[in-house]
Design a protein around this ligand. Structure first.
Ligand SMILES: Nc1ncnc2c1ncn2[C@@H]1O[C@H](COP(=O)(O)OP(=O)(O)O)[C@@H](O)[C@H]1O
Ligand SMILES: O=C(OP(=O)(O)O)[C@H](O)COP(=O)(O)O
Length: 397
């Protein structure tokens, strides 16, 4: 059933506590290198402030192990960027449930925004601590979840806070609603052929997804380093490629289950020095024939062509994980070929995963896909068929 939206509640002079995912990448000088997650939260933010609400935003950034004071995990740069995007400064509290946050929350005026410091500076956030959650909950009249990238987590701000606000409005934001609708439509009622493309480094993170996708897709294309674990499962030679030996048995099961649906590379672009891909010896070999002194860095041109043909005829495409070490040319060629084929297709295309989104941006294809998800782990969790407690507990429309 649809969840009640932020637009459907009265916010005039009310304080809304909104969980956003401002977990944005920062460079060494703490400048934001990709503000997509902040921009994508703007519709919900504007919905509150343009209707006279007082808005408190809370988020995590990274995975700090210490407490407050570790500048590299501060949300201050995100607050500044939000102020720039809104065209008016936002308030920033240097704590989450301490004196600064409570003083600034108390003096918030209609139409103003307060950003709290990183929730994960408080150990209670990851533990789902009820006392910490209670303090956050006490600050507001309504709760909104617009943190899609964190929806698969049960952190305090995602679950314990809305639980503590039972009886008050608890609604979904625009970004979460849009992401969930896109993925649900793709998985639940896909226009066919439905093609999934999975790559990246780790089989272990994606093995359950492959299993679920084999049940619902017409074709699953495997690239990236995870292809070599499958190659091992077929007794192929993988040289020094990245493999997960403890997943070989699982890979065998998937090969048996997948049959013709599961597409594996037929050739591999390999090299002999990961540290110097541009300058090292490179060659293209048949899949499963990687020399002992080399490792696989990308799908080969024959695979790229085969995959592109499958992709061009698709009507729904889900892509998670690059086809190779796309950061280091020429090992970006396989990923580029896949991105180009997606751009050429007239399919609904959904890109999930931090690195896949970065690849699409970096290679200049971001405008040509239907939807670039702001959540890697969250979109994978949806593809696995997981339910989100953080969304289930919100009010029905
Ligand atoms: N053949 C390969 N060998 C080593 N690393 C690879 C290979 N193919 C892809 N990668 C790396 O995988 C990383 C992305 O993996 P992953 O985090 O699983 O993807 P995503 O973030 O899109 O889910 C990239 O940094 C890429 O360089
Ligand atoms: O960046 C995130 O996830 P993602 O890298 O899987 O997209 C989210 O902000 C969740 O962060 P977490 O994985 O530290 O809980």
């Amino acid at each position: 059933m649809a969840k009640k939206s932020i637009d459907q509640i009265d916010v005039q002079d009310k304080t809304v506590l909104m969980r956003v995912d401002f977990n944005v990448p920062l460079d060494d000088s703490l400048a934001i290198t990709d503000d997509r997650r902040i921009r994508m939260a703007l519709p919900s933010i504007k919905s509150v402030i343009e209707r006279g609400g007082k808005l408190i935003l809370m988020s995590h950034l990274g995975r700090p192990t210490g407490g407050e004071g570790d500048e590299k995990f501060s949300l201050a740069p995100a607050a500044t960027r939000l102020g720039e995007l809104l065209g008016s400064p936002v308030h920033f509290a240097t704590d989450t449930v301490g004196d600064d946050a409570s003083a600034k929350a108390d003096s918030l005026k209609a139409g103003e925004v307060l950003v709290l410091e990183n929730l994960r500076y408080n150990a209670g956030e990851k533990k789902g601590d009820a006392e910490f959650a209670g303090k956050l909950a006490a600050m507001a009249d309504a709760y909104c979840n617009d943190a899609f990238g964190t929806c698969h987590r049960k952190d305090a701000s995602m679950v314990a806070v809305p639980e503590a606000m039972a009886g008050k409005p608890r609604v979904v934001g625009h970004l979460v609603a849009k992401e969930i609708q896109y993925l649900n439509d793709a998985i639940g009622n896909p226009e066919r052929p439905f093609v999934a493309i999975l790559g990246g480094a780790k089989v272990s993170d994606k093995i359950n997804v492959i299993n679920n996708l084999l049940g619902i897709c017409d074709a699953v294309l495997i690239g990236g380093a995870m292809a070599y674990t499958f190659s091992l499962a077929q007794d192929g030679k993988v040289g020094g490629s990245l493999v997960e030996k403890d997943k070989v048995e699982l890979a065998k099961e998937l090969l048996a289950k997948g049959g013709d649906k599961l597409h594996l590379p037929v050739d591999t672009h390999c090299g002999d020095d990961f540290g110097n891909i541009a300058g090292c010896n490179k060659k293209i070999v048949s899949a499963g024939e990687i020399p002992d002194d080399m490792e696989g860095f990308d799908i080969g041109p024959e695979t790229a062509k085969k995959y592109a043909d499958v992709i061009r005829s698709a009507k729904t495409i889900v892509w998670n994980g690059p086809m190779g070490v796309f950061e280091k040319p020429p090992m970006d060629e396989g990923t580029k070929a896949v991105a180009q084929a997606i751009a050429d297709s007239d399919a609904i295309s959904i890109i999930g995963g931090g690195d896949s989104a970065a690849a699409v941006d970096q290679l200049g294809f971001a405008d040509q896909v239907s939807h670039v998800s702001t959540g890697g782990g969250a979109s994978l969790a949806m593809l696995e068929g997981q339910a989100f407690a953080a969304v289930d507990l919100l009010d029905e429309a």
